[in-house]
Write a protein that binds this ligand. Structure first.
Ligand SMILES: [Zn+2]
Length: 70
């Protein structure tokens, strides 16, 4: 079951900056996509014990987000 913890606005800002506003998987720039559709992904899923911390979050476009959720 998806027990998802939402990153804070501050975490979102820091990670967007760290990723240089690109998807951290495929490097699609945020400006080419609807920014609202970019998600902060848990690299290690929350259900597997992953924490909502900067080290465990990655900026992801909808395409990469979908692939990871399969
Ligand atoms: Zn991507």
């Amino acid at each position: 079951m998806a027990r998802r913890r939402r990153p804070t606005q501050r975490q979102r800002e820091i990670i967007t900056e760290r990723a240089e506003a690109c998807c951290e998987y495929c490097k699609t720039p945020l400006v080419l996509a609807n920014v609202e559709n970019f998600e902060l992904e848990h690299i290690e899923p929350v259900v597997s014990g992953g924490l909502t911390v900067l080290e465990n979050l990655a900026l992801s476009c909808p395409g990469c987000n979908d692939i990871k959720q399969v």
